[in-house]
Design a protein around this ligand. Structure first.
Ligand code: HEM
Length: 388
C-alpha cells in the first residue's frame, strides 16, 4: 500500500488503528492512526525509542554517503533522535534560549515586521498585482525570529532556507540516487559553514560549548534547530493562511472578536499540521492494540490523522476554533521529546493571524500551495492571491 501521509489524513477513508504500510521506496513502516495510540508511542521512549527520527526514509546510497563524508558531515544524536543520557542537558540549553519570557519579548518586534509586510502586500493587491503570501510573508519570518533568539550572525536567509529544504528532502522524501547526491552536496556544504560557526559563534552555540558539549554536538544541535526551528513554522503559516482563505466565517469571527486568535492557531495546528508524521523505533517486542510489534519496527506516528480522531474532537474535519478537543492535537509530539519551540511557533502564528487574516478578504487564489511527496513534512512552495 502506498502511504501518503497528508492526503490520506485529510481525505482518506477509514483506517485501522495500526496498519502496516510500505512507503514509496519499499521500506515497511507500521503506521499508528488513533490519537491514544499515537500519544502512547510518543510518550514511551523506553519502548519506542526516538533513534530513527532523522534516518533517511530512502536509504542513502554509497555515492551520496561519499559526498557527505567528503564534507565531514556527521549528525550525532542531540535532540529529536537522542534517546541517550545526554538528551536532557542539551534540551535544557536549547529550552533556555527559547524560554517563554524570551519568546514573548519578541512580540513587539515581530508585530512591527508583520505589519510592515502586510501593508506592502495590501498595497500591491490594491494596485491589482498578485502577491505570494508564502514568499512575501511567511517564508523567512521564523528564521529571522530564531536568529534573534539564538543569536545567529546576520543569517544568510536564502542559503539557510535552501539548506533546510534540501535536508527535509534528503531525509524524508522518496528519491532517486542522482537527486540524493545533489542534496548531499548541498547539505554537506552547509554543514561546513555550520561547523565554523559552532566553533566560534556566540549565543546558543557559545552556551552549548560552555556546557561542555563537543563540537559535533554543537553542530548537530544547530543543524536540527535551523531546520526544525524555522522551516516547520513557515510551512505552518502558509498552510494556515491558505486554510483561512477557505474559512470566511472564521475570519469574520476574528474581525468582530467572537473568535480568539489563539483558538484559530490551535485549530490550525490540529487540521493543518506542517509535520504530518513522526517516527519512533520499537526497542523491544511489544504490541499496539491487537498488532504485534517486533523490536526494530519503524513506527510512524500519524500526527495529522490523530488530530482528526472522532474520539477526541467533536467535528474532526471542520475548522471550529475552540471546539471540544481542538487543543488536544499532537502536532508538537508528546513526552520527553515534545517540541521545545511550541511557544515560539504559536507566537509567530498568532501574530500572523492577527495582522494578516483580513488580507484574505475579497481575494481569489491564483496558485494554492503545492506540496511535494514527503513522508513527514508538507513543504508548501507558494500561495499566490489576487483581487478578482
Ligand atoms: C508549527 C511549528 C512546529 C511544529 C509543528 C513542530 C513539531 C515538532 C514535532 C512533532 C517534534 C517531535 C516531537 C516528539 O518527538 O514527540 C518536534 C521536536 C522539536 N522541535 Fe518543533 N515544531 C515546530 C516548531 C519548532 C520551533 C519554532 C522550534 C525552535 C525554534 C522547534 C524546535 C524543536 C526541537 C529542538 C525539537 C526536539 C526536541 C527534543 O527532542 O527534545 N520546533 N517539533
Amino acid at each position: 500500500m502506498l502511504f501518503r501521509g497528508w492526503d490520506d489524513a485529510a481525505v482518506g477513508g477509514p483506517w485501522p488503528d495500526v496498519a502496516t504500510v510500505v512507503d514509496h521506496v519499499g521500506v515497511p513502516h507500521l503506521v499508528v492512526t488513533r490519537h491514544a495510540l499515537v500519544r502512547r508511542v510518543l510518550a514511551d521512549p523506553a519502548t519506542f525509542r526516538p533513534d530513527n527520527a532523522l534516518d533517511a526514509v530512502t536509504p542513502i546510497p554509497v555515492a551520496a554517503l561519499r559526498v557527505l563524508a567528503g564534507h565531514r558531515f556527521r549528525l550525532p544524536p542531540t535532540l529529536a533522535n537522542n534517546g541517550g543520557a545526554s538528551h536532557p542537558a542539551i534540551r535544557g540549553v536549547v529550552a533556555d534560549a527559547l524560554h517563554p519570557a524570551r519568546v514573548a519579548a519578541q512580540r513587539p518586534w515581530l508585530t512591527g515586521l508583520v505589519r510592515e509586510r502586510v501593508a506592502r502586500l495590501r498595497a500591491a493587491l490594491d494596485a491589482g498585482v498578485p502577491v505570494d503570501l508564502h514568499a512575501g510573508l511567511a517564508a523567512d519570518l521564523p528564521l529571522l525570529t530564531l536568529a534573534r533568539l539564538v543569536e545567529l550572525p546576520d543569517a544568510p536567509v536564502g542559503a539557510v532556507k535552501e539548506f533546510a529544504r534540501a535536508a527535509l528532502e534528503l531525509f524524508w522524501a522518496p528519491l532517486d540516487a542522482d537527486r540524493q547526491a545533489a542534496l548531499a552536496e548541498e547539505v554537506g556544504r552547509f554543514h561546513r559553514v555550520l561547523r565554523a560557526f559552532a566553533a566560534t559563534g556566540g549565543g546558543l552555540a557559545a552556551r552549548l560549548r560552555a556546557a561542555g558539549h563537543s563540537p559535533d554536538v554543537v553542530v548537530g544541535a544547530l543543524f536540527f534547530l535551523l531546520v526544525a526551528g524555522q522551516e516547520t513554522t513557515s510551512q505552518f503559516l502558509t498552510l494556515l493562511l491558505h486554510r483561512l482563505h477557505g474559512e470566511p466565517a472564521v475570519r469574520a469571527g476574528l474581525r468582530d472578536g467572537s473568535v480568539a486568535v489563539a483558538d484559530v492557531v490551535e485549530e490550525g495546528l490540529r487540521l493543518e499540521p506542517p509535520i504530518v508524521t513522526w517516527r519512533r523505533v520499537a526497542a523491544v517486542d511489544t504490541a499496539l492494540g491487537d498488532t504485534a510489534v517486533p523490536a526494530g519496527t519503524s513506527v510512524v506516528a500519524w500526527l495529522a490523522r490523530a488530530g482528526r480522531d472522532p474520539e477526541v474532537v467533536a467535528a474532526p474535519a471542520e475548522f471550529r476554533p475552540g471546539q471540544r478537543g481542538s487543543r488536544r492535537h499532537l502536532a508538537f509530539g508528546a513526552g520527553a521529546h515534545r517540541c521545545v519551540g511550541d511557544q515560539l511557533a504559536r507566537l509567530e502564528a498568532a501574530v500572523v493571524v492577527a495582522e494578516a487574516a483580513d488580507l484574505l478578504d475579497g481575494v481569489r487564489v491564483v496558485r494554492p500551495p503545492w506540496c511535494p511527496d514527503n513522508l513527514t513534512f508538507r513543504m508548501p512552495d507558494t500561495f499566490v492571491v489576487a483581487r478578482p
